[in-house]
Design a protein. Structure first.
Lengths: 330, 1144
């Protein structure tokens, strides 16, 4: 079973590279995973958790934009707990402490936000460790997911994105991508076992990239705005909503982008406010071991809560306005 | 807005008194709590004193620019500046709107006349470097590349190059972007920053301070250096060697190289120090170059003492594999407290540009983020140019053609060489590569290196040209070429070249070869690397080799154990190899060699240290067998090692332990003392009779008896004796060791006994010793508190008790009040009201006297000197105070004195560790890694705690500084003390001068042993004082800030050679052998010995000395000399090869 799966995935990859376009419609229209379906519910508190892939969505805002536009009638909140370089141990969040402190920090913030829908994406960094480390990675990933499970919480796993040969040559990129696909497949199998929805990004992103014809990353790894537009489109599609008009991505249409710009700006401002709440500068002085010096200013961190909520209120009405003009997603 | 109010009132006051035209003085600069200097640039400029031959002018100021942080030039000769008005902390809801500003001087008059805001809306950009078609900007968590694609001068495209940089402290975020010689980009981060980055080559992490090195074309990233507290200076010299300065350190210029580890590095096991210990904090660093500079300035390094409102300069000269650095004239000094020079660069016109953050407040954590005195609107770029220098009209590199750019590569000004190389690299194509190769093949000397760097930056390094450099006569060129090898050669090709380099005659080349071999890390490469171990060592080589073998143990250790070629290595090589290893397996070949007599006796200590650290049971037994077979000479070090093994690692031999008993009675004294310790540690129950005999025999040496009673306490059935001695019922001379022993087994009883004793004593050092066993135990303070409940103590004893309880971590309020009650002390006021602070601060400026204050500072019972250094002289427990007055407002100083826990400087937080044995250790961590933690405690002593012995470790909210000491001072003395501190580092007041005065002394002040000491010296002559330690009670003392030692406080040794003499001594470290000079003020009535050799004390003393540490002893005959102050300076002698530094 395992091997068969790997072969199928490998074929997707090969087709993406060499046989561009053949299966694009398959990915565009169909939900991208065989596991349980997922959905966006009214008043969901959506929280994203992961590494740079998640962190930079906070800067580009395209995934959130896609889901707001594809679900204009559903009010939801959206918070990003991504952290560059992070892994399933929460290593990037440890501040001055040992790795375990990072894990505790991760749990603390998930608990604080009480997500009803938690989108998790790890493995992007682990895949560099090679095929030999995949079992160890999955063991820790499962533990993380078990620790994150809670009543009234749906957890959805987002898979890995493909690398592009930008700074590294085609040969080594191909090898790395093979490992990445292995990790992606194994994550999907774990999700099936745990009955968690899994959104495959690898094949669908590759397919759409072939059609867009431009690079989705600046450095071969991390998505640029086009990359996030495609991921947003794939996610909407996995929710049964199409953000495509014919063969074109709605989010890639320059006129549509201009119309969406005010919404995007507001959404990014909300994200920026939350970033200061989640990762305040000068943490050492505000709440860390030098709080005896600046702790009096730590209250400012909590003042961001109201500002974030306020900034979020206008987003969904704006999305609804836009989609009234541009037609509902199908 | 508020900034203007005090200015008006002060100006009107000054006008009334008719002195408005005077430049501001030190006192003027600190008029009170709510006062800041006039931001008028003309007034600020009037306060500047620039070095001879230079003139200063204002290049740019607000509104053109505000809050500049870092600057760098582009190849068009435009100055790019990162600025932040948001710093130090964004307000909730505030939109970050920090700017990247480009400044141009279009008409060449030395003043910026064009300003462009290239980018705005940024959050605290702290780093900037134009290049690669745009500009790199470090801002908060990200390194960005911003581009202007439509040519309107504004950025319109943003690329996130890297993200995940830490922001735990906004003046520690990534900074100091610099382009390295081969086009790599270097940048720094500081101690509180934890960065977790993703690159196309996987995740990279750096916790705490360090320097990153990035290939901008591939985003390949490596950690170049680790450590330093806040390294805001980075410069490369013309041979590609790199140097750094630390904005929160105290060691001046640091010579840095690949994988060096320095102070405060995360998980550091060993660190390398800076070249100028005892310097103030420095920000920015630039190498001056060009023929147009006033004599002596080209080749110097300049860096900003931003707290002292000064720009210092240093002269570096090669020494061994590194450098020595000597401070030279200040480029600029000022007493304008808002002048905060933080970046410094030479410009295309040959002038020196200084970014002035302009702020009366610089403390980041210690002053409230929202303090009104923080300036958010001003900022200046100053231009310091040689008087009369008119730069030739030249095309900027961006406008030059290729031929012109190649010519520029040979310019005497580094700015033009660097800019030409960067410009050429940006125009890369195959024809240019070919042209560059042809140009390079025609060059020699430094120009050849310029060509090699260019070829690397173009991605086409040329093996033949690198080979030419590798065999050049100039070692600097050979060293630079070694570093370029990985770009042109594969591992095999590199190896044969590194084989040459690692045996090079010059240590700098050997050091580079070690870096290269470490990179290769194959068994062959490491075997070659051992050759560098056999050659002459210095701190840099020693570190690089240790690091190499530490990191590669898994590769070389199997070879050492199995490969005959490795087994032929000499002892000189084997011992440092073993010291670098973590695995005890390395001990087998070492001990085999040692037992076979193949390790020279002088290295025996090293072997024993290795066993103490890593020894396994079989090694311990082997050591014990050797000790039993040994003699008086060989035995004590072996036994000492066995004591260490028992004490630290609970290891003892399994067989033949009885020998200890015999030695207790019948052996030389050192053996007997060690046998006592072993009997205790090994719990030799049947030795109790011998031990008791020693304890009770009055004719036995008291030290031996103390060892014996300590050992007895570890045995069964000895409690009645211990209790009785501890209570003082018998053997009073052993009371202290008995009390210490009792505290380990019966804490409450011991506490009651101690309190009883405290009621009968008044000697302060005695009080400390009585308290120590309790304050170092987890339950000890509570036991003392209970014992104190009904007690009465003499006032002076209770004061000491309060001080000790106050510096416990956490502060023990119960114990403090117990001591206060027992001594009938008034409780110390905790916290003054703002009004009281203000009144005190005003009084400091009105009536404070800095000279009297220095006397208060030096008082022994206040213990300031014990913990703090000025100019490197003094304790290392707290921060160096060299320029505290220039950086800290008076209110901050007063608060730090009275309530030290409120302000704890970074790098000086206290760690509290509870060991598995329940002992509490508190101190400043100086080294922390996976194996052990080194804490510097309040006594300045470094304690090493093995990680496996740590039960609990936490950062303590308590400063080691005992606030009660200062708050007990009479008000006028507190005012004088604060005045003294506020004068430190301020131009015109108390500045540690660049002269290398002797600041740290040993003095002979034997207190109540005076009679015995005088007798000994009188009998044996002065040689008794100048010789290797004859057990004389030398005490450390320090010079005044201005360098003089007050001699009148020293004890008089009467009738020595018929004279009455006072003795002091100091040490000098000779780095390169040769003639060394001292300048002596008022030499009449002085006698001087260098080592044992007396030399004539004249105004200038010259002695020929070999490398190593030398002792200089001075005897003062006050009857002849008639001067209280003794000042001696280490001077350079023109023409001498000698290089030396004072041991401070």
């Amino acid at each position: 079973m395992l091997n068969l799966f790997a072969v199928v995935r490998l074929r997707y990859f090969m087709s993406g590279i060499f046989l561009c376009g053949i299966c694009s419609s398959l990915f565009a229209a169909e939900p991208a995973s065989a596991g349980p379906a997922w959905s966006l519910q009214p008043n969901d508190r959506v929280v994203l958790l992961g590494n740079t892939f998640i962190e930079r969505e906070n800067t580009y805002g395209q995934i959130e934009l896609a889901l707001r536009l594809s679900h204009p009638e559903i009010p939801f909140s959206w918070r990003n707990l991504g952290w560059s370089g992070d892994n399933v141990l929460g290593e990037s969040r440890a501040y001055f402490g040992p790795v375990q402190a990072g894990y505790a920090h991760l749990q603390e913030y998930v608990k604080l936000l009480q997500p009803t829908l938690l989108l998790v994406s790890y493995g992007h960094n682990a895949a560099y460790e090679g095929a030999g480390q995949v079992d160890a990675f999955l063991k820790d990933y499962e533990k993380l997911l078990d620790d994150l499970a809670a009543e009234n919480r749906r957890i959805v796993i987002l898979g890995l994105t493909p690398l592009e040969a930008v700074h590294r040559d085609a040969g080594s990129t191909r090898e790395l991508n093979q490992t990445r696909q292995l990790y992606n497949t194994r994550i999907e199998q774990m999700c099936l076992r745990k009955q968690l929805p899994f959104v495959d990004l690898y094949g669908p992103v590759l397919a759409l990239r072939q059609r867009e014809g431009s690079g989705l990353t600046d450095n071969g790894v991390h998505l640029n705005a086009s990359g996030y537009r495609i991921v947003g489109t794939v996610l909407a599609s996995s929710l049964g909503k199409s953000l495509q008009r014919g063969d074109e991505l709605l989010l890639g249409d320059s006129q549509f982008q201009a119309v969406c710009q005010p919404l995007l700006n507001k959404l990014l401002w909300k994200n920026e406010l939350f970033f200061h709440r989640f990762r305040p500068q000068n943490e050492t002085y505000l709440r860390g071991f030098r709080k005896h010096e600046q702790g009096q200013n730590a209250k400012e961190i909590y003042e961001f809560d109201a500002l974030v909520e306020q900034a979020e209120q206008s987003l969904q009405p704006l999305a609804a306005d836009i989609m009234r003009e541009w037609g509902a997603s199908r | 807005m508020f900034l203007n109010l005090p200015r008006i009132s002060v100006l009107s006051t000054l006008l009334m008194t008719g002195i408005a035209a005077l430049p501001p003085t030190g006192a003027y600069a600190q008029r009170g709590l709510k006062d800041v200097p006039d931001p008028d640039p003309a007034k600020q400029q009037a306060s500047f004193q620039v070095a001879e031959g230079f003139a200063i002018n204002l290049f740019a100021a607000e509104p053109m620019i505000a809050k500049p942080i870092q600057m760098n030039w582009d190849t068009q000769g435009r100055l790019w500046v990162a600025t932040s008005e948001t710093y130090p902390q964004i307000k909730p809801g505030q939109a970050a709107n920090d700017k990247i500003v480009v400044l141009e001087d279009t008409n060449g008059d030395g003043v910026a006349d064009k300003q462009t805001v290239f980018a705005e809306g940024l959050l605290m950009p702290t780093a900037i470097l134009p290049g690669d078609g745009g500009v790199y900007v470090g801002a908060s968590t990200e390194l960005l590349h911003l581009m202007d694609t439509d040519g309107d001068g504004k950025a319109d495209r943003k690329r996130i190059v890297l993200s995940g940089f830490g922001t735990e402290d906004t003046h520690h975020m990534i900074h100091t972007l610099r382009r390295g010689p081969t086009g790599h980009i270097y940048f720094n981060q500081s101690i509180y920053t934890h960065s977790h980055l993703e690159t196309p080559f996987g995740a990279k992490r750096l916790l705490a301070g360090g320097t990153w090195k990035m290939n901008p074309h591939t985003i390949e990233l490596e950690v170049y250096t680790r450590g330093l507290v806040n390294p805001w200076g980075l410069a490369f010299n013309e041979w590609g060697q790199s140097f750094e300065t630390d904005g929160a350190g105290s060691e001046g210029i640091h010579y840095v190289f690949p994988e060096i580890v320095m102070f405060t590095a995360h998980n550091a096991e060993r660190t390398v120090r800076g070249l100028n210990p005892g310097q103030p904090k420095h920000c920015g660093l630039e190498l001056l170059s060009g023929d147009h500079l006033p004599p002596g300035w080209s080749g110097r390094y300049v860096t900003n003492d931003f707290r002292g409102n000064r720009i210092n300069s240093f002269e570096l000269s090669p020494s061994g594999s590194g450098y020595v650095s000597v401070q030279a004239d200040n480029l600029l000094s000022s007493n304008y407290v808002s002048f905060r020079p933080i970046d410094i660069l030479m410009g295309p016109d040959g002038a020196i540009y200084v970014a002035d953050w302009y702020n009366p407040i610089i403390q980041h954590g210690e002053v409230d983020f929202r303090d009104e005195r923080r300036d958010h609107e001003h900022g200046r770029i100053w231009r310091i140019a040689p008087v009369g220098h008119r730069p030739p009209a030249r095309k900027v590199p961006a406008d030059s053609d290729r031929g012109e750019l190649f010519t520029l590569l040979t310019s005497p000004e580094k700015w033009w060489r660097d800019a030409a190389r960067t410009e050429l690299a940006s125009r890369v194509d195959d024809a240019l590569r070919q042209e560059a190769l042809q140009w390079t093949s025609r060059q020699v000397g430094q120009s050849l290196l310029e060509g090699l760097w260019l070829l690397s930056a173009l991605g086409s390094p040329d093996p033949a040209q690198i080979d030419r450099a590798l065999t050049d006569a100039d070692p600097r060129l050979r060293a630079a070429a070694v570093r370029l090898m990985p770009e042109a050669f594969d591992a095999t090709q590199s190896l044969s070249r590194l084989e040459q380099a690692v045996s090079d005659a010059h240590p700098q080349v050997r050091l580079e070869a070690v870096h290269g071999l470490r990179r290769l890390a194959s068994p062959e490469a490491l075997l070659l690397c051992t050759r560098a171990l056999a050659a002459e060592q210095d701190v840099f080589l020693d570190f690089a080799l240790w690091r190499t073998f530490r990191e590669t143990e898994g590769i070389w250790l199997p070879e050492l154990l199995n490969n005959p070629r490795w087994q032929e290595l000499s002892a000189t090589v084997l011992i440092p190899l073993a010291k670098a290893a973590r695995s005890p397996a390395v001990l087998d070949p070492v001990l085999a060699r040692w037992r076979a007599g193949k390790i020279p006796p002088e290295q025996s200590g090293e072997v024993l240290n290795l066993v103490a650290q890593q020894g396994q049971p079989e090694h311990v037994q082997a050591l014990w067998n050797m000790a039993r077979a040994g003699n008086e000479q060989t035995r004590p070090p072996l036994l000492k090692t066995l004591v260490t093994l028992s004490e630290r690692r609970n290891l003892s031999p399994a067989e033949d332990r009885e020998q200890v008993r015999t030695w207790l009675i019948d052996a030389d004294l050192p053996t007997r003392e060690l046998a006592c310790q072993l009997a205790g540690w090994w719990k030799l129950q049947n030795a109790s009779q011998e031990l008791r005999t020693i304890v009770t025999t009055a004719s036995e040496p008291v030290g031996l008896r103390a060892q014996a009673i300590t050992a007895l306490a570890r045995l069964e059935g000895q409690q009645p004796l211990i209790r009785s001695v501890a209570k003082g019922e018998q053997l009073p001379e052993l009371r202290l060791p008995a009390l210490e022993a009792l505290a380990a087994v019966e804490l409450n009883l011991a506490a009651r006994t101690a309190v009883e004793w405290l009621g009968q004593t008044s000697d302060p050092s005695q009080v400390d010793r009585i308290l120590n066993p309790f304050l170092s135990r987890k339950q000890g303070p509570d036991a003392l508190t209970r014992a104190l409940a009904e007690a009465q103590l003499p006032t002076e004893v209770a004061i000491i008790g309060v001080r000790r309880a106050g510096s416990l971590s956490p502060r023990n309020e119960k114990l403090i009040s117990a001591f206060q009650k027992a001594g009938n002390l008034e409780p110390v006021a905790q916290g003054l009201s703002p009004e009281e602070y203000q009144a005190l601060a005003a009084a400091v400026l009105r009536t404070g006297n800095m000279r009297r204050g220095e006397q208060v500072y030096r008082r022994e019972n206040l213990q300031c000197l014990k913990c703090h250094a000025i100019g490197g002289a003094g304790g290392k427990v707290g921060p160096d105070l060299t320029s505290i007055g220039a950086s800290a407002p008076v209110d901050y100083l007063i608060e730090s004195l009275i309530e030290p826990n409120k302000k704890i400087k970074e790098g000086y937080h206290t760690l509290q560790i509870v060991t598995v044995d329940g002992l509490v250790k508190t101190g400043v961590p100086v080294l922390q890694n996976q194996q052990e933690v080194h804490l510097r405690n309040a006594e300045g002593i470094i304690e090493v705690i093995a990680t496996e012995d740590i039960e609990l470790s936490r950062i303590s909210p308590t400063s080691l500084m005992p606030g009660e000491l200062v708050s007990k001072l009479p008000r006028d003395e507190l005012i004088d003390l604060t005045r003294f501190l506020s004068a430190l580092g301020k131009t015109g007041e108390l500045v540690v001068s660049r002269q290398r005065y002797v600041r740290t002394w040993d003095v002979l002040n034997p207190g109540d042993q005076i009679a015995a000491v005088t007798d000994a010296i009188r009998h044996n002559g002065p040689a008794h004082a100048t010789g290797n330690d004859a057990g004389l009670p030398w005490k450390t003392d320090y010079s005044f800030v201005e360098g003089q030692l007050p001699v009148s406080s020293l004890a008089m040794m009467r009738n020595v050679d018929g004279l009455n003499l006072q003795f002091a001594r100091f040490y000098v470290e000779v780095i390169t052998a040769g003639e060394i000079g001292f300048q002596i003020e008022q030499p009449l009535g002085l006698r001087l010995w260098v080592g044992q050799q007396e030399v004539t004390a004249g105004e200038q003393v010259r002695v020929e000395l070999p490398a190593g540490r030398h002792r200089v002893t001075v005897a003062v005959e006050p009857a002849v000399r008639q001067h209280d102050l003794l000042r001696i300076e280490l001077i350079d002698l023109p023409g001498s090869t000698g290089q030396a530094q004072l041991v401070n």
